[in-house]
Structures are given as structure tokens and as C-alpha cells.
Ligand binder design. Structure first.
Ligand code: NAD
Length: 264
């Protein structure tokens, strides 16, 4: 992949620490020669993101909370001032109250439903609107989704409903921006132990279940998601848009428990 992203520049949103999926993507892009900008959410994460940005020689484009449009504008202004244009955007952002990532979906509150949708769904459209203005030569936008959008997964609840809406957003954005040669895709990643995942009830059980039952009989790594992201964000993926690409060791094709799967 060396040199695949030479001359390409882009923004990665969603690095919280070195276990973040966004970090796996950042490493793959930097290895391939891309110039990166990272954002962080709040001062607590600033301290974690700055040293990671240093490792990759990435530009720290500042604080961004996607519920605050001014903070999104400030980041895109910083990118415009620094580079004038960008070639890609990675959106690896989601949030829901962990009290509702357990138990029953039917008990979801209106407040948390709206907040989950705002942060985990609308934010893709909000950042893509800004990115479009910096993608005169075309570009590639990528977000992260999960199988809980397609099938009911224990405790995923309102986040499953949000991911279904996110996947539909990918398709509508792909259609709107296609004429400008801006591609919009999602990776549907298998479960990975990250900060966000630790908020999901019985996450370890879900991870084990995947390891025992996915065709590859293991869980996916952030490096593997990063390499698939590289394909979609580089010219290798130039014919692909509106796609929901599963990077899950094949789990999504499975119809029932593997006969050799041990009890958990
Ligand atoms: P993570 O905790 O490392 O990353 C989540 C990021 O979202 C953090 O950087 C956090 O700062 C950011 N964020 C949350 N609220 C925000 C806000 N209001 N404004 C700006 N940023 C905000 O966890 P992750 O698992 O790497 O999550 C990245 C993406 O991958 C999410 O969309 C998640 O749903 C998705 N995903 C995760 C898994 C998994 O098993 N970990 C599987 C499939 C999809």
C-alpha cells in the first residue's frame, strides 16, 4: 500500500485512544502516505489524541463536538486555511446513554433517542455538508456501522435503530454527491473492544459469540478495518459508493450457531 495515498489529505473524526477504530484507519492511511488531520472531543481526549497525532505527523484540527455546529465549522475553517481542499473524511463517531444500551429497546426515552440520533446519525450529514465544499476534485467519505442495524442484537437497542438510519443516510448522501465524484460508504465492523463498545451490555459475550461463530473463527482488528478503509478511501475504491462493506470476519453471512462452537 506504500504510496497509495501520496498527495491525499483528509480528516479523521473519532480517535479517542489507541484502541479506537478511527486510530486503526489513521495508521493505515498514514502508512499509505496520506496527510491527516484529527479532531478530539473535549479536553480529556485532547491529552490522548495529541501524542497519537504526533506519531503520524498529523495536524490537530481542534476540538469538535458534533452537537455544536460552531465547533464543526471551526474545524473545517482550520482545514480550509491549512490545505484549501481535502480528499477524504472519516466519521467514526457515535454515542448513546449506556443505561439504554442494556435491557429492552421499548424502554428508550425520547431524550436519549434524539441525542443518539443527533450524534450518531445527523452528524454524518453535518460533516459531509462541510466536506463537500472542500472536495472540488471529488472525494471519499466513510462512516462506521454495525450489524445491529440489520438484525436485532442483544442490548444494542436504540443504537441499532440509529445505525439503520445511518446506513440509509449513506445511500442518500451517495446519490446527492455522486455527480461531484464524492463517494460515501460505510464499513460495518464486527465487534471490537473499544471505549464506546464497553458501554454496551454484555459486550464480552457478544465478542465471544462472534469469535466462535464467524467463518474466520475470530474477531476483527482495528488494523483490518483500517486496511478495508484504505481501499474505500483510496482510488482503489473509485467505482464504489453507497456501499455498506462488512468487515466482520464473515459473521453477517451466518444463519445459525456453528456446530463446533463451545458454550459461552
Ligand atoms: P471509540 O470510543 O474509540 O470512538 C467513539 C468516538 O466517538 C470517540 O472518539 C468519541 O470522542 C466520539 N464521540 C462521541 N460523541 C461525540 C460527539 N458528541 N462529538 C464528537 N465526537 C463524539 O469507539 P469505536 O468503537 O472506535 O467507535 C467508532 C465508530 O465505530 C462508532 O460509530 C461505533 O458505533 C462504530 N462501531 C464500533 C464497533 C465496535 O465493536 N467497537 C463495531 C461497529 C461499529
Amino acid at each position: 500500500t506504500r504510496g497509495l495515498m501520496n498527495g491525499k489529505r483528509g480528516l479523521i473524526m473519532g480517535v479517542a485512544n489507541n484502541r479506537s477504530i478511527a486510530w486503526g484507519i489513521a495508521k493505515a492511511l498514514a502508512d499509505a502516505g496520506a496527510e491527516l488531520a484529527l479532531t478530539y472531543q473535549g479536553d480529556a481526549l485532547k491529552k490522548r489524541v495529541e501524542p497519537l497525532a504526533d506519531q503520524l505527523g498529523a495536524f490537530v484540527a481542534g476540538h469538535c463536538d458534533v452537537t455544536d455546529g460552531d465547533s464543526i465549522d471551526a474545524v473545517f475553517k482550520a482545514l480550509e486555511d491549512k490545505w484549501g481542499k481535502i480528499d477524504f473524511l472519516v466519521h467514526a463517531v457515535a454515542f448513546s446513554d449506556k443505561d439504554e444500551l442494556t435491557g429492552r429497546y421499548v424502554d428508550t426515552t425520547s431524550d436519549n433517542f434524539n441525542r443518539t440520533m443527533d450524534i450518531s446519525v445527523y452528524s454524518l450529514t453535518a460533516v459531509t455538508q462541510r466536506a463537500e465544499k472542500l472536495m472540488d476534485d471529488g472525494g471519499s467519505v466513510l462512516t462506521l456501522t454495525y450489524y445491529g442495524a440489520e438484525k436485532v442484537m442483544p442490548h444494542y437497542n436504540v443504537m441499532g435503530v440509529a445505525k439503520a438510519a445511518l446506513e440509509a443516510s449513506v445511500k442518500y448522501l451517495a446519490m446527492d454527491l455522486g455527480p461531484k465524484q464524492i463517494r460515501v460508504n460505510a464499513i460495518s465492523a464486527g465487534p471490537i473492544k473499544t471505549l464506546a463498545a464497553s458501554g454496551i451490555g454484555d459486550f464480552r459475550y457478544i465478542l465471544k459469540w462472534n469469535e466462535y461463530n464467524a467463518p474466520l473463527r475470530r474477531s476483527v482488528s482495528i488494523e483490518e478495518v483500517g486496511d478495508s478503509a484504505l481501499y474505500l478511501l483510496s482510488d482503489m475504491g473509485r467505482g464504489v459508493t453507497g456501499e455498506i462493506q462488512h468487515v466482520d470476519c464473515g459473521y453477517n453471512i451466518v444463519g445459525m450457531k456453528a456446530v463446533d462452537a463451545p458454550d459461552i
